[in-house]
Design a protein around this ligand. Structure first.
Ligand SMILES: [Mg+2]
Length: 368
């Protein structure tokens, strides 16, 4: 028996080496909450929930309150070894509305504990055997310079260009495409309307730009607009902010709104929910990629584990931790040759050590 006797949270802030700008926000650091669960035998597991006001509505304070409140109510005193992963997920999902990042970090912490107990990396615990998964690298919005000889370009082949803040973005994509070795990915983070998106894609195609896909050009609620755009232009459309839950994905499929879904743990609420989304997407003939919010190596390691289990051959969207890991000085960086390398140590223990979880200041809720 190894019931959970303690749930704890700690705020984490990590500076970025380059500001990250999208149509939704600008930031120069990662702000997140690390969740730790401990069982009666002293085993631990960790997860990370990012503060993302403009996408999930969660803050460091709301995440900590949710984890130490209703989610801890649910976990304390239970033995996750005796419960199917699906039940843990369902119970966490039923405990609170929304709060996807808080739920995901808590579920991942439980899965990390179980994977460590089994002595295998989280990826392998989920059924993923890949030792590394492919990822793109993001080029931030608002005229951020792209250096074809810089550290990003020397590490990654696939670029994803953030647009939507500036009419000159259309020409910027054409320019970057000239130096890119692969068809480019473009992400507008909901910034456009149907007419603007149509004009942009037509301009790119006329200029000979090869597009891998266009991500979330229209507002999250505008499924009909995305469906109409798909009829107008021969470019795969990725749904990101439009799809949080399995219900969102069902609606998107029914309305023919997308070709690919970007699965993020902080949107869907955890690994099990991500696996459910992937299964539905696959049944409906949609492609998938695993993405993340602006998170540290800890959150990215969980996302890479999911990507390894779901679609190991795919180029995912897992570069977020690259922004807080100096690519020049950090020999331990998991980013190598356009991939996120999955460490061999049990669970997420390697990433937990790398982000310095032991030095964080913890708020603890213990079983009385
Ligand atoms: Mg996106």
């Amino acid at each position: 028996m190894a019931r959970i006797v303690e749930v704890a949270t700690a705020r984490m802030a990590r500076p970025l080496h380059t500001p990250f700008v999208t149509a939704l926000r600008r930031t120069d650091h990662v702000s997140s909450v690390v969740v730790r669960v401990t069982d009666a035998d002293g085993r631990v597991g960790f997860g990370e929930a990012p503060q993302i006001w403009r996408v999930t509505g969660e803050s460091q304070s709301s995440i900590a309150a949710c984890v130490l409140g209703p989610l801890a109510d649910l976990l304390l005193g239970r033995d996750p070894m005796l419960e199917p992963a699906a039940d843990v997920h369902r119970n966490l999902t039923d405990a609170v509305v929304a709060n996807g990042g808080a739920r995901a970090a808590t579920e991942i912490a439980v899965q990390d504990l179980l994977a460590r107990d089994a002595g295998v990396p989280l990826a392998r615990f989920l059924g993923g055997d890949a030792r590394a998964v492919g990822t793109d690298v993001t080029i931030a919005a608002q005229g951020a310079a792209w250096d074809p000889a810089g550290p990003a370009a020397s590490t990654f082949d696939q670029v994803k260009i953030k647009v939507g803040l500036d009419p000159a973005d259309v020409d910027r994509v054409i320019e970057i495409h000239r130096t890119a070795s692969q068809p480019v990915r473009v992400d507008a983070n909901q910034a456009w309307d149907l007419a603007t998106a149509t004009r942009a894609v037509e301009a790119w195609l006329a200029a000979g730009v090869q597009l891998d896909f266009l991500e979330q050009p229209l507002p999250a609620w505008d499924l009909a607009g995305h469906a109409e755009l798909r009829r107008r232009v021969p470019v795969p459309i990725v749904l990101d902010e439009s799809v949080f839950t399995i219900h969102d994905l069902r609606r998107a499929i029914a309305s023919g709104s997308g070709d690919i879904v970007n699965i993020k743990l902080a949107k869907c609420g955890g690994l099990h929910a991500g696996i459910e989304l992937a299964s539905l997407a696959s049944d409906a003939g949609l492609g998938l990629m695993v993405g993340s919010m602006m998170e540290s190596e800890l959150g990215l390691s969980a996302a890479a584990a999911l990507a390894s289990a779901l679609a190991p051959g795919q180029v995912h969207d897992l570069d977020a931790a690259w922004w807080s890991i100096d690519p020049v000085t950090d020999a331990g960086t998991p980013y190598r040759d356009s991939t996120f390398v999955i460490d061999d140590s049990p669970g997420l223990s390697h990433a937990v050590a790398r982000v310095g979880a032991a030095t964080l200041s913890w708020d603890v809720r213990a079983d009385p």
